[in-house]
Design a protein around this ligand. Structure first.
Ligand SMILES: Nc1ncnc2c1ncn2[C@@H]1O[C@H](COP(=O)(O)OP(=O)(O)O)[C@@H](O)[C@H]1O
Ligand SMILES: [Mg+2]
Length: 238
């Protein structure tokens, strides 16, 4: 469960988040939708404690993130899978080495166990056989899938994805959207994605929230959102 209450964040007098409230119940997938520059990435950074809010409360699976000190934050982040917008794979490591990295860093597993887990993760993202490639040899869609495998390596039950379809063509966008949904449901994750891609948001998510001027102006299923009268929401959904 992710619970956000009264989350506010400003930079040099510019308000980005203005008392944002929402929940993601256990096992649900929420899409936070908004135009560029509305604060989607800022929200995610707040959720994993990489940026402190000015005020408000964030709870992730019972952990009050905003109250954690740095050592507890490091521990907390291991239980949250994070897919960065640019994939953020290590260029000097192969796909296999990238996926193995969190397992080497944060578990006591031996080589054989890590290798078996990496193979399992590669199969999960449909990349069996591509583990020996370097990120520079991969298409954008494959980089996203490799990064997703790495994000899931430690078995996190919370998954955060920042604009998972950005930079991808329509077919790759659909594929990664459906893959995130499929894996999230199979693994029982509570998932939050950010996006300005309305079509794919609903391919992935159970519900979507429209972020505008720092607040949730609407939140619901696709059907519920399409019935909202608010002119901004209507325009955004078109
Ligand atoms: N570290 C920062 N310092 C100052 N301003 C920032 C910082 N991070 C984000 N912002 C500002 O906050 C706003 C929201 O940014 P962001 O969350 O990246 O938008 P989105 O991800 O929705 O495109 C932007 O106006 C951006 O310039
Ligand atoms: Mg962003």
């Amino acid at each position: 469960m992710i619970r956000v209450r009264g989350l506010s964040k400003s930079f040099n007098g510019q308000t980005v988040l203005a008392g944002l409230d929402f929940d993601v119940p256990d096992g649900e997938i929420l899409a936070v939708m908004g135009s560029s520059g509305t604060g989607k990435s800022v929200l995610l950074l707040n959720l994993i404690g990489l940026m402190p809010p000015d005020s408000g409360a964030i709870e992730v699976n019972g952990v009050a993130v905003t109250r954690l000190a740095e050592p507890e934050l490091l521990k907390f982040r291991r239980h949250v899978g994070y897919l960065f917008q640019d994939s953020a794979l290590y260029d000097f490591m192969t796909v296999e080495e990238n996926i193995a990295f969190p397992l080497r860093e944060h578990t006591a597993s031996g080589l054989a166990v890590i290798r078996a887990r990496v193979d399992e993760l590669l199969r999960m993202v449909d990349m069996a056989g591509a583990g020996g490639k370097y990120p520079s040899e991969l298409s954008g869609g494959m980089r996203k899938r490799a990064a997703l495998a790495r994000a899931l390596a430690l078995g996190s039950k919370v998954l955060l994805c920042d604009e998972p379809t950005s930079g991808l063509d329509p077919v790759r966008s659909r594929d990664i959207s459906l893959l995130i949904r499929d894996l999230s449901k199979k693994l029982g994750c509570t998932t939050l994605i950010t996006t300005h891609d309305v079509r794919n948001a609903f391919r992935t998510a159970d519900r979507a929230l429209v972020l505008h001027q720092g607040r949730a102006v609407a939140c619901g299923t696709e059907q519920e959102l399409r019935a909202v009268a608010d002119p901004f929401v209507r325009e955004f959904l078109e």
